[in-house]
Design a protein around this ligand. Structure first.
Ligand SMILES: Nc1ncnc2c1ncn2[C@@H]1O[C@H](COP(=O)(O)OP(=O)(O)O)[C@@H](O)[C@H]1O
Ligand SMILES: [Mg+2]
Length: 325
């Protein structure tokens, strides 16, 4: 959960963490106290789980000569207590992990919601970047003179590693604010990348992120993302039971289920073979009003009516055609 907080945030999932956070608020009065508790709880629970059965057995053996117990019942009680304390210990460990998730999610939420001003156009479906300097932690990475994306646009962002492609993609999705200038990101923008997290659940759960969706919608998203493996397949923590291409398709289905108004796909088709990549890009182009693909491969060039090249700190529009009707 801790590692996946950013993925939940990117998908606009507020409900699940909200419910979890609210539930804990009733459990605790102060958060700092809890962080401390969580560590000591973990230690304490393991210690108790380990010691209690032995203590019970020792007591039983001590009482045996007095005729108050038998060796057999002392051993039985030890077994019983071990059985009771083991789940208790596990519960404590889960609680501790939850508190870490809470802290992590709050940090992500604060970072992303730290817009000095909210995006100018919230209702419109277009992306408008004007004279923007983009960067991280106050350090400028990229200058974008002007970039406008309208309904029907398919943009391919290309350029060398470290040039600032992901930075531009995140700005277009409204995940980072410009250091200077302005970026208008439409509401309902989603950014997905290779660092998006696959949780320890089924493919289905990783697409819905435990939010309520009609099953047909989930199946539709899976079809669009060309998922050809069972939706009840367990993914493993971090997607350990899936191949790279399978992980990427789950992340794409997760985004498509939410019918984004604009979708930024950051190097998310690298694990797919050319044929599947084309099928997915075609589906995305059909389904999503504004598509932005960041990719080293030139497959995206086939679908893009706009191309931006990012290099030496500058994002240049090198192709700008009107979208296909
Ligand atoms: N979260 C971050 N904090 C600080 N610096 C970052 C962060 N993300 C990216 N950078 C820096 O910004 C520059 C551009 O990175 P990035 O946009 O990821 O490039 P690209 O996607 O083209 O490989 C790099 O120098 C990188 O080190
Ligand atoms: Mg990148």
């Amino acid at each position: 959960m801790v590692d996946g907080a950013h993925s939940l945030y990117r998908m606009g999932v507020r409900e699940l963490p909200g419910v979890l956070l609210k539930a804990t608020a009733e459990w605790l009065s102060s958060y700092k106290k809890l962080q401390l508790y969580s560590k000591s709880l973990n230690f304490g629970a393991s210690a108790i789980a380990f010691a209690a059965p032995y203590f019970a057995m020792a007591l039983g053996l001590f009482l045996t000569p007095l005729g108050l117990s038998t060796v057999g019942s002392a051993v039985a009680v030890r077994q019983l207590l071990a059985g009771v304390f083991e789940p208790a210990s596990q519960l404590m460990a889960k609680l501790s992990s939850f508190y870490q998730f809470k802290a992590s999610f709050q940090i992500v939420a604060e970072l992303v919601e730290g817009w000095a001003e909210p995006p100018a156009v919230k209702q419109g479906a277009s992306v408008v970047v004007k004279n923007a300097v983009l960067g991280h932690g106050g350090r400028a990475v990229l200058h974008v003179d002007s970039l406008v994306l309208e309904h029907g646009d398919f943009l391919w962002i290309r350029g060398p590693t470290g040039a600032g492609k992901s930075t531009l993609g995140k700005a277009i999705a409204g995940l980072i604010k410009p250091l200077e200038g302005s970026v208008e990101a439409p509401e309902g923008a989603i950014y997905i990348g290779n660092d998006d997290y696959i949780f320890d659940g089924t493919v289905y759960e990783n697409i819905t992120l435990w939010e309520e969706y009609p099953r047909e919608e989930v199946e539709r998203a899976a079809r669009l993302a060309r998922i050809d493996f069972p939706l009840d397949k367990p993914c493993g923590e971090g997607g350990s039971s899936l191949s790279e291409g399978q992980r990427q398709r789950v992340i794409m289905a997760r985004a498509l289920l939410r019918r984004p108004r604009s979708l930024v796909m950051d190097e998310i088709t690298s694990g797919l073979n050319a044929e599947v990549e084309e099928e997915v890009l075609e589906a995305v182009k059909r389904e999503v009003p504004i598509v932005v693909v960041i990719s080293h491969r030139d497959t995206a060039g086939k679908y893009a009516n706009k191309i931006v090249e990012v290099n030496n700190g500058i994002a240049r529009v090198v192709k700008c055609a009107t979208p296909r009707p």
